[in-house]
Design a binder for this molecule. Structure first.
Ligand SMILES: Cc1cc2nc3c(=O)[nH]c(=O)nc-3n(C[C@H](O)[C@H](O)[C@H](O)COP(=O)(O)O)c2cc1C
Length: 332
């Protein structure tokens, strides 16, 4: 079906199209993953990252996050932590719950995670990273991936070494967010380094960072030779992005969603949030997603300003309706 970009296989899992929804804490929850799946074009969706310790201790909040539906498959669950035995137990639980893929986070730059010597902190200590990879690989038989960055900072760019450690220890694919941890999200992702990683590894390499349009995805595949493209923030601004990329990859005609389609998607999503979540969490999610969905929309800032004073979750629905009334031309 695809004209460019080979199909992506992660162990036994076929990722077709070779497009992956990036793990995003507070974003890629069950509702958002389903929404992206239903629009189509995504080959693999990833859950928000899961604390290995929280999972092993059976913390309710963590266990609740782990629910997914058959419709989301194939799905990858990402775990983080610094202790190899705990990570292995968490990975076993990920497998037991029927995830298609288990992913290890070695790229998170948040201070809270770094202090616990997890996430990108593991790039400071490749022996510790290797110990975790070996323990998790032994613990599970489902495909295993590792997601990491270029390194901790410009002086410590050891993504090629970490890639080799992954390959040598039975990891099925790696994903590279082509920035250092120090950069967090600043500057531009350096796709050249994705090409370098691809050159030294024979397992699949998934490129990540700054893919915001179908053209970006085509350029990343072409310039780096990567096996798959992972998209994060671009999909929150435009949940149709995967479908558009898939269409571009098969040489089809790309269509833009209408204002009505955008409005209906947001309203459907928000109704589900209001129905499912308790009030405090509903407020948090509605604010967060209003911010994400309205980025780049005409007058989006005025909507973002309004939401701080909204009295109850249902008032988000009214605010969204009003916002789109100004954008949708009225029938004559
Ligand atoms: C709100 C937010 C939450 C994120 N949470 C995670 C996470 O839980 N695990 C992870 O590996 N990366 C996380 N990331 C990083 C993304 O997976 C991705 O690597 C990054 O956003 C770059 O891709 P993009 O330019 O397509 O957004 C997060 C990014 C954002 C914006």
């Amino acid at each position: 079906m695809l004209k460019i970009g080979t199909a992506l296989r992660i162990g036994t899992v076929h990722v077709d199209p070779p497009l992956v929804l990036a793990p995003m804490a507070g974003v890629t929850d069950r509702d958002f993953r389903l929404l992206v799946r239903r629009i189509g074009g995504v080959g693999l969706v990833t859950m928000e990252f899961i604390s290995s310790r929280g999972l092993v201790n059976g913390e309710k909040r963590i266990v609740d996050l782990m629910h997914f539906s058959e419709e989301e498959r194939p799905i990858s669950i990402q775990i983080y932590g610094s202790d190899a035995d705990t990570m292995a137990s968490a990975a076993r639980e990920v497998e037991r719950r029927g995830s298609d893929v288990c992913d290890i986070n070695m790229g998170c730059p948040a201070n809270k995670i770094l202090k616990g010597c997890a996430g990108a902190a593991l790039m400071r200590d490749l022996k510790a990273a290797e110990k975790i990879i070996v323990a998790v690989r032994r613990a599970i038989s489902i495909p295993l991936t590792v997601k990491f960055r270029l390194g901790l900072d410009d002086d410590r760019r050891n993504y090629l070494e970490l890639g080799r450690v992954c390959e040598a220890n039975g990891v099925d694919a790696v994903a590279l967010h082509a920035r250092t941890a120090r950069q967090k999200f600043s500057g531009e992702a350096e796709w050249r380094q994705i090409a370098e990683l691809k050159e030294v590894l024979s397992i699949p390499v998934i490129g990540n960072g700054d893919v915001n349009t179908p053209e970006d995805a085509v350029r990343m595949l072409g310039q780096t030779g990567c096996d798959g493209v992972m998209v994060g923030r671009g999909a929150t601004r435009n949940p149709w992005l995967f479908r558009q990329i898939a269409t571009r990859l098969s040489d089809g005609e790309i269509s833009q969603p209408s204002w009505e389609q955008r409005r209906d998607l947001i309203l459907d999503h928000f109704r589900t949030v209001i129905e499912r979540e308790e009030r405090k969490m509903a407020f948090y999610k509605l604010k967060n997603f209003t911010g994400l969905y309205s980025k780049g929309l005409p007058n989006g800032l005025s909507l973002r300003r309004q939401i701080h004073g909204l009295p109850h979750p249902e008032s988000f629905l009214e605010a969204i309706e009003r916002f789109f009334e100004d954008l949708i031309p009225r029938a004559a």
